[in-house]
Design a protein around this ligand. Structure first.
Ligand code: BES
Ligand code: MN
Ligand code: ZN
Length: 493
């Protein structure tokens, strides 16, 4: 992870300097302190360059000035937009934009003059998140092609306050990175047992971990989850992660449940070849749950939470489940499996029921790369969610606005529920093409009793095909920051 340091504000004698400047500001504005100092040291070179570049401090505007003098290798000005109404989101994006412009510098200093400690920490978070790279499997990349940036120093008038604002954010960033690492791993490496082993390592940061294998799950009666797993040579796992941070250790926990299909071929209802490699990230929901639990532990959240992930590989071998099979779920309800590619809901059915029976949670939130239909509905910008409770729905929506991990509520209802009636069993595992994300949610709701519950379908947002200000192309870890924020705003203290 990009190393973040905090130091007293002063013009650096060498290296790169980032100036975060408000729209329409001058050297005498609150954000202009080091602009002024840099101008004085360079005989006005910085101001002259910014004028030529028509830099106005507009949100997202960035200008690089090379070798302006005074020993500085480069000065990068990034626009904050108007200072009043500056949000954490914008501050993060500014940090990310700065990092993208700093690839060739080993270290840099960022002036946070005029920003609150929280906004300064948001700049750092955005910077760290953008600097993420997954390059484990690149053996031939030349050193000069790799980004060099290793250390960023935040220059602040109140360094101590910025430091304490950054510390918990660092814990969150670590959770995001863990989720991105898991989702990025190829499916031959990250199979269910390997993912369980990686999760077990989180006992080092204070999580209590339990792992259940096929034997234990068979005994419990996880017929739906095990039906999906039976076509693979890889054994299934369910992993339960506990974080006990609430002052009252007996407080009912929040439960987070993730779909963890480490590869989804579709099974016997096999998918077309084109793009099937994307299905390595069909464990994105569980990646997010693992990352969230790491984030809660990393920032020592004052809450009790349990994360549960159902880990399987959906493969079509000679023992694979067939279209037409009827499986008995842990809840006792039976399911006619019409399409073996609608497997995520089968996994969630058993894990959700277990979470509810075992932990009597305050609420349950599940995350899953569940349907192509959700991607069609909302594209890659917003995740769709379904809720049986307006209070937690509002809390989630607000957390989406605050973090930029946007969510939009979708409908549930009896008319949709009817579409999964089966002629032979209690339900079938698909509706039709129309409303496919909704019938999937209806299916899941049949495994929720009277608990407040949200299902988030992250199929469209778990992976990004392009760089954004704070997310490099690839695994996004969508949901870690969203849920961490919902917890922080409503369930601690
Ligand atoms: N993992 C897929 C959904 C998916 C598709 C996620 C594309 C991300 C990108 C899921 O298991 C699936 O195959 N869903 C089917 C359901 C259908 C058979 C009812 C789908 O969406 O096509
Ligand atoms: Mn599938
Ligand atoms: Zn799937």
């Amino acid at each position: 992870m990009l190393d973040i340091a905090v130091a007293k504000s002063a013009l650096p004698k060498s290296g790169a300097l980032v100036l975060l400047l408000e729209e329409g500001g001058t050297v005498d504005s609150p954000t202009g302190a080091l602009w002024k100092a840099a101008d004085e040291a360079t005989g006005g070179a910085v101001s002259r360059a910014l004028a030529v570049a028509e830099f106005k401090g507009k949100k997202g505007q960035a200008t690089t000035i090379l070798a302006p003098g005074a020993g500085l290798s480069r000065v990068i000005a990034v626009g904050l937009g108007k200072l009043d109404g500056l949000t954490g989101n914008t501050a993060e994006a500014v940090g990310g934009t700065a990092v993208a412009a700093l690839a060739k510098e080993p270290a840099a200093a960022v002036s946070t003059a005029g920003l609150s400690p929280d906004l300064a920490a948001a700049v750092a978070l955005g910077a760290v998140l953008r600097a993420y790279r997954f390059d484990r499997y690149r053996t031939k990349e030349k050193a000069e092609d790799k980004p060099k940036l290793a250390k960023l120093t935040l220059l602040a008038d109140n360094a101590a306050k910025v430091k304490s604002a950054w510390t918990p954010q660092k814990g969150v960033a670590e959770g995001v990175f863990l989720a991105r690492d898991l989702v990025s791993e190829p499916p031959n490496v990250l199979n269910p047992p390997e993912m369980a082993r990686r999760i077990e390592k989180l006992s080092e940061i204070g999580l209590k971990i339990e792992v259940l294998g096929p034997k234990e799950m068979k005994k419990l009666g996880f017929g739906a989850l095990l039906g999906v797993a039976q076509g693979s040579s890889q054994e299934a796992r369910m992993v339960v992660m506990h974080w006990n941070g609430a002052p009252a250790s007996k407080d009912a926990p929040l439960c987070f449940v993730g779909k963890g299909v480490t590869f989804d071929t579709g099974g016997i209802s096999i998918k077309p070849a084109g793009g099937m490699e994307d299905m390595k990230w069909d464990m994105g929901g569980s990646g997010t749950v693992v990352g969230l639990m790491a984030a809660l532990a990393g920032r020592k959240a004052k809450v009790n939470a349990v994360g549960l992930v159902g880990l399987v590989e959906n493969m079509p071998d000679g023992n694979a489940q067939r279209p037409g099979d009827v499986v008995t779920t842990y809840s006792g309800q039976t399911v006619e499996v019409i399409n073996t590619d609608a497997e995520g809901r089968l996994v969630l059915a058993d894990v959700l029921w277990y979470a509810q029976e075992k932990f009597n949670p305050r609420f349950m939130i599940d995350l899953a790369t569940l349907t192509g239909a959700m991607m069609v509905a909302l594209g890659h910008e917003t995740a769709g969610f379904f809720a049986n409770d307006d209070t937690i729905a509002t809390q989630l929506f607000d957390a989406g606005k605050a973090t930029g991990e946007a969510v939009w509520r979708m409908p549930l209802g009896e008319a949709y529920d009817k579409l999964i009636k089966s002629d032979i069993a209690d339900m079938k595992n698909i509706g039709g093409r129309a409303g496919g994300a909704i019938t999937a949610a209806q299916f899941i709701q049949r495994f929720v009793n009277d608990k407040p519950w949200i299902h988030i379908d992250i199929a469209g947002v778990a992976w990004s095909g392009k760089d954004t200000a704070t997310i490099p192309k690839g695994a996004t870890a969508f949901g870690v920051r969203l849920l961490d924020r919902m917890v922080a705003d409503h369930y601690e203290g």
